[in-house]
Design a protein around this ligand. Sequence first.
Ligand code: MCN
Length: 744
Amino acid sequence: MIGQSVKRLEDARFLTGSGRFIDDLAFPGELHCAFVRSPHAHARIVSIEADVPILTGRDMESDGIGPMRAGWQLPGMVEVPRWALARDTVRHVGEPVAAVFAETRAAAEDVAERVEVEYEVLPLVDAECFRWSRGDAAAVKRAFADAPHRVELELVNNRLCGAAIETRGMVAVPGPEGLTLYCATQTPHHLRGSICDELGLKEVELRVVSPDMGGGFGYKGKHYPEETIVAWAARRLRRPVRWMAGRRESFLSDTQGRDHRTRCTLALDGDGRFLALRVDTRADVGAYVSTFGAAIPGPIYSALLAGVYRTPAIYVEVTGVYSNTLPTDAYRGAGRPEACYVLERLADEAARQLGIDRAEIRRRNLISKEAMPYKTPIGPTYDSGDFPRLLERALQVADYAGFSHRRKLSRTLRGLGLACYVESSGVAPSRLAGMMGARHGFYESAQVRVAPDGSLAAYLGTHSHGQGHATTFAQIVAARLGVPIERIAVHEGDTAEVPVGTGTFGSRSIAVGGSALHAACEKIIAKGKKIAAHLLEAAAADIEFAAGVFRVAGTDRKVGFADVARAAYVPHNYPLDSLEPGLDENAFYDPANFAFSNGVHVCEVEVDPETGAAALVSYHAVDDVGTVINPMIVEGQLHGGLAQGIGQVLAERTVYEEGQLLSASFMDYALPRATDLPGFVSELDETQPCTHNPLGAKGCGESGAIGAPAAVMSALLDALAPLGVKDLEMPATPHRIWQAIMRR
Ligand code: MCN
């Protein structure tokens, strides 16, 4: 079962239209909510007038509703109070100012348009939110003083929008036992905690259900004002309240990703060996610090600035700044693509300036397999990985040696790019997260309930919104317990079924959730052995378990898993004096470390110098995601990540002018289309499993988005090098490429 490309068990349901998304749920007496949102980037609210009942921040205040708090509090961080409905001041376009309700969505939207808000416009703000540093500034200074070479770059990591097929939405349903919030979220348990804090509810009074969800990409794992407002309004109005974002409303209300400006300098010796790295990043957190808004540019990004390289001295300083824009938060990759982009742009630029081949300069600096576990000078310790092997393999599968020939044959400008990355998947050890300001724990929980007929249900705190958990988690149970996969059901996303959990983000579900599931299976086996020992009249220590059969070691006396299950629930012949009936086990897992997935991506582009249009002609990826549970699903995850990474480097750009969002529709915000993407060639290297989780698995959900921007930019700059172009900014749109050619 482990390592098999089992077809996705969930797809029959999705392909036959039997999925249950927020819009498929209906409750009697529903009210539709619409929001009056600020048209100004920064303003004081002078008055709000309406000819119908509405709810405002003042109503929330009189009900004692608390502020929304960031999920991570970095030392010295200044947190601007954030109220779900603005009280006096609005700080970004799209901020909710009032909520209105009607029997239909259209009627609610009409009412919202009739609400008159008077504002006093204020100047835009640019203020410091936090400063975060890592590494040894003095050591870096010393190394720079003696270094024969220095390479310096200024880089922009463009701001991105999430664009899931299903927009954010929710329905809050009040009932005699409490409130149920059906909400498309990646983190139902975190959301329950946040809303209870704000509304003053006990966690047992709020059930959060996240049903099927049409994509999340990180941004649906964060806590939003609409969630608090809808939950509060349903209790206040004693009716179910529904809100579903329109597409333009999504642009104006979903958190956005990236947005870094970085100055970075690499010191090298005469042979191109890295001596020291200094990185200064200005990260825009937007108008408020969102849930992971400080963690991503601070602890998460900075921790990966050693990358796959042996740089002895590193110092990074990140300044988080406020602006009158939507908050930034997780977007597939979340801090890791930014770190990879810095390092790979520097490696390429160093190769260019020192006249060393781009693969060769990497070869000279990669951390070797023998050096594992490798403690980086900025904190993390990588447990496993064979970076040099992956580089050589990627060069081989992409036919690096044959590139100059392909370039000669090309009638346009052809370039090859490469990028190496390492990522911190499997977020995260709670202990480390706590040291760095997290308010939550990062364990995962899993329960395995065996039914009397030996069929099984697994309950996890993670949430699948495209990742195929119903299949891969069933594979893990099937492999360990020897039960046919059709007899295993996987449940996620309901706090009534799974009392505590963390959720799906940071490519953590397999490494953390899968490990918790594995641990629960071990407990089932341990108890099953005791039951089997009784049935077989042997000592529990003599019972072996394999392939669904309990056997007395060295004999042919055996009993099957289903018979043990039946004995547990029909305990006629059962050691009731020493063992509880039932076969139902719960396990928690908190990882000792991140799981360091890594890989090398090589791609080729062709650029038309007349128009600046770039086409990706090939993309080869060799990735180490540790032990692979389902190669087909992993490949699909890699492809999705690559599409998003390629979108970032070639097309996607969020544009604000004077605080107004100019890219507020798909007419202005360019998502990559299938025709923009080449056929991906993906290879998985399983030789270096994760050493600290029982599956040996590392995450794969973000890998593509991490490697792709750097790899494609490397190829574009290589293609344009003969024309003397040395720099390009993401997204490298045809217009920007054409301008770079004209400016050279
Ligand atoms: N897997 C495996 N073997 C491995 C690693 C993973 O078989 N060695 C399988 C897992 O069992 C799981 C899938 O691959 O079915 C992804 O696992 P993992 O890497 O643990 O990532 P998560 O399930 O935690 O998903 C989160 C990740 C993130 S952070 C974003 S953002 C993202 C992504 O997944 N958003 C997605 N992939 C997405 N895919 C879809 N369709 N939609 C999104 O919103």
